[in-house]
Design a protein around this ligand. Structure first.
Ligand SMILES: [Zn+2]
Length: 321
């Protein structure tokens, strides 16, 4: 659930009052919110760290008038704010780095004797794990070719796993083994043994693993709970074999192409928005999936959208294709 900023954290500024009743409400000042002008809030401190925030407001905007609401965030421990971000009433939650403070400004523009009225402004913050995944229409795409568990010699899970309803995807790297150590199915067997016998998990952690040659291996069945980014739950985990931190290794074009295909296929299959594709480090304190792979997620998300758009409305995947 999204949680509101604390009432105590809110202050008066610019002749406007802010109060909190599960949300922040911007009252009109003495019955009137100025016909024009800009208002800037104090820097508001959230009661806990957040990496997503959502803003809602209600405004009456006569023709020729405008209301502009903008926010900026402060990363934990930083005195430098982000750039101002323009928000609209129906916007989905905005992503930021891990922050503890937020500031907003409102600009009202009138026209003749007509003036806009901003009646309510609500700010809520959340972390990726507390927010439901963002949904998108389901799009049927052909499943990428996958090496099934029996083909790579998987051990059976220790015990029955909980069923999940996937709504987010987390991208990982293996760190160890490195891409240069990859030896096909035996590498995947080694990872499974490590997870089961060294880590004590029920099975290999991820739902899919991708080798530097582009081969995709089935990990845990998609509908079963993973062990890749606590609190796992509704997240699918895809691991690209290699270490993509600080230039140690580069993702190969074949591995990247397989990752893109698998991301698009899973997003379409489960109706997951491309904005709910994350790196492991969005959920936990880790450098996984490495700074270079993490840095390429924005482009991958937009490429997923292009693929889904291209396949939307087409017939489901035909037999044997
Ligand atoms: Zn990871």
């Amino acid at each position: 659930m999204l949680s509101p900023f604390r009432r105590e954290a809110l202050v008066s500024s610019g002749g406007l009052e802010y109060t909190s009743h599960g949300a922040v409400t911007l009252h009109r000042n003495r019955g009137r919110l100025g016909p024009r002008g800009g208002f800037i809030s104090a820097v508001l401190r959230a009661d806990r760290l957040f990496d997503l925030f959502q803003v809602g407001y209600e405004a009456e905007v006569p023709p020729g008038c405008s209301v502009s609401v903008q926010f900026r965030t402060y990363a934990r421990g930083s005195e430098a704010p982000s750039a101002w971000i323009q928000v609209a009433p129906e916007d989905e939650p905005a992503m930021s780095s891990t922050c503890d403070r937020l500031q907003f400004r409102v600009v009202l523009t009138s026209s003749g004797d007509q003036a806009p009225v901003l009646s309510t402004l609500a700010i809520q913050q959340a972390t990726h794990d507390t927010l439901p995944g963002l949904r998108a229409p389901r799009v049927a795409m052909c499943a990428p070719g996958v090496v099934p568990r029996r083909k790579w010699g998987a051990l059976a899970p220790r015990q029955a796993l909980k069923a999940i309803e996937p709504e987010k995807i987390a991208v990982h790297h293996s760190s160890e083994p490195r891409a240069s150590q990859y030896a096909g199915a035996s590498t995947i067997r080694g990872i499974q043994r490590f997870h089961m016998f060294e880590r004590g998990w029920n099975d290999i952690a991820y739902h899919y693993l991708i080798g530097p040659d582009g081969t995709i291996f089935e990990g845990r069945p998609e509908r079963l709970n993973g062990s890749h980014s606590p609190a796992n739950g509704n997240k699918l985990g895809i691991c690209v074999l290699g270490n993509f931190n600080r230039g140690a290794e580069s993702i190969t074009p074949r591995a990247r192409a397989s990752l893109l295909r698998m991301l698009a296929y899973l997003a379409g299959k489960y109706g997951i928005s491309s904005r709910s594709i994350y790196g492991h480090c969005d959920f936990n304190s880790t450098d996984c999936p490495g700074d270079t792979l993490y840095g390429s997620l924005a482009l991958l998300r937009s490429q997923v959208e292009v693929l889904l758009h291209r396949h939307a409305g087409t017939a489901a995947c035909g037999a044997g294709t």
